[in-house]
Design a protein around this ligand. Structure first.
Ligand code: DOR
Ligand code: ZN
Length: 335
């Protein structure tokens, strides 16, 4: 039976939530990943040193026995340098949301006034704190990411030493930015390597395929696939796995978010094998992220096996991508 081994898988963009959801969901990632960048969009968002430390402790308690490193982030505000110096040791990055653009982002940035942001972003550059960005405008939904490229350009050129990560990119426009500016990097989700808008609203509306940014056109999917499959060195896997209770998805006013944490590695094996690129998956799933962030996760070895695996209907009441579907790779064992 064909197997494939991944070392120290990393999820560079993950939502774990809080409370009972955190307790149910965090162990699913801790089982098969060495570490993950933890998103700060709780209610209220993670904005203080005390918040970060306390949230990390709750995550560690939830993952109990598994070795797992939560790489913590703060929710972007125009923080001053003294605060950033205090918090730098506890965080791996700061996540910037445009206000109101997605789930729990109401406290985000309402205008990209570079002069207002300069003290914070200069201090982040000097302290080597990467800036993770949800890159969407409030324009027409299919154009939001492409319209945001001018903001990325402004950030990249105004702060050339700032490491900027374009999170969960979905367009050819974002792919084209990667080689234009040295300090731009990107994460890509597994669902954006599988879905287009057709899979969200082309037939019956599919709430479990709905997320922000929404899946785009076939040519965008092709552009994402090309850099993921070649494991472009500036690209990392970030699931953006975003659990919502079933009744918040299958309802009038469906919450944005696709839940993939427990099936991401299996689906990635399937995709990379399909294109005969399994040898590049290690770079996409871990090595590139280690280089970009300068992190050194502890040893974890995940062996996947090529055999049929039926994706469960739910995990603790959260419906995953492709629930009930049979895929061709399963997790065999983990050391
Ligand atoms: O679909 C999304 N869900 N996109 C985001 O940016 C946030 C996430 C969430 O927190 O549910
Ligand atoms: Zn996210």
């Amino acid at each position: 039976m064909k197997t494939h081994t991944l070392l120290m898988p990393l999820d560079m963009h993950l939502h774990l939530r809080d409370g009972v959801m955190l307790e149910n969901i965090a162990p699913l990632t801790a089982y098969s990943f060495s570490g993950a960048i933890i998103m700060p969009n709780l209610v209220p968002p993670v904005c203080t040193l005390k918040d970060v430390k306390a949230y990390k402790e709750r995550i560690m308690a939830a993952v109990a026995n598994d070795f797992f490193e939560p790489y913590m982030t703060l929710f972007y505000k125009n923080y001053d340098r003294a605060f950033l110096e205090d918090v730098a040791e506890e965080i791996t990055a700061i996540k910037l949301y445009p206000a109101g653009i997605t789930t729990n982002s109401e406290d985000g940035v309402s205008s990209f006034d570079i002069e207002e942001m300069r003290p914070t972003l200069e201090a982040m550059s000097e302290l080597e704190i990467p800036l993770c960005v949800h890159g969407e405008t409030d324009g027409f939904v299919m154009d939001r990411e492409a319209e945001f490229m001018s903001v990325y350009e402004l950030l990249a050129t105004s702060f050339p030493k700032l490491k900027i990560i374009m999170e969960h990119i979905t367009t050819k426009a974002a792919v084209d930015m990667l080689d234009k500016f040295e300090n731009l990097h990107a994460t890509i989700t597994v669902h954006h390597l599988l879905l287009t808008l057709d899979d969200v609203i082309g037939g019956m509306m599919m709430p479990h395929n709905f997320c922000k940014p929404i899946a785009k056109r076939p040519e965008d999917l092709d552009a994402l696939l090309s850099i993921a499959l070649e494991a472009h060195p500036k690209v990392m896997f970030g699931s953006d796995s975003a659990p919502h209770p079933r009744d918040k998805k299958e309802s009038c006013g469906c919450a944005a978010g696709v839940f993939t944490a427990p099936i991401a590695l299996q689906l990635l094996c399937e995709i990379f094998e399909q294109y005969d690129k399994l040898d590049n998956l290690q770079s996409f799933i871990s090595d590139n992220a280690q280089n970009i962030y300068g992190i050194c996760p502890e040893f974890k070895e995940v062996r996947l096996q090529k055999r049929e695996f039926v994706i469960p209907d739910t995990y603790s009441g959260v419906v995953p991508l492709y629930a009930g579907k049979t895929i061709n790779w399963a997790i065999q064992d983990i050391e």
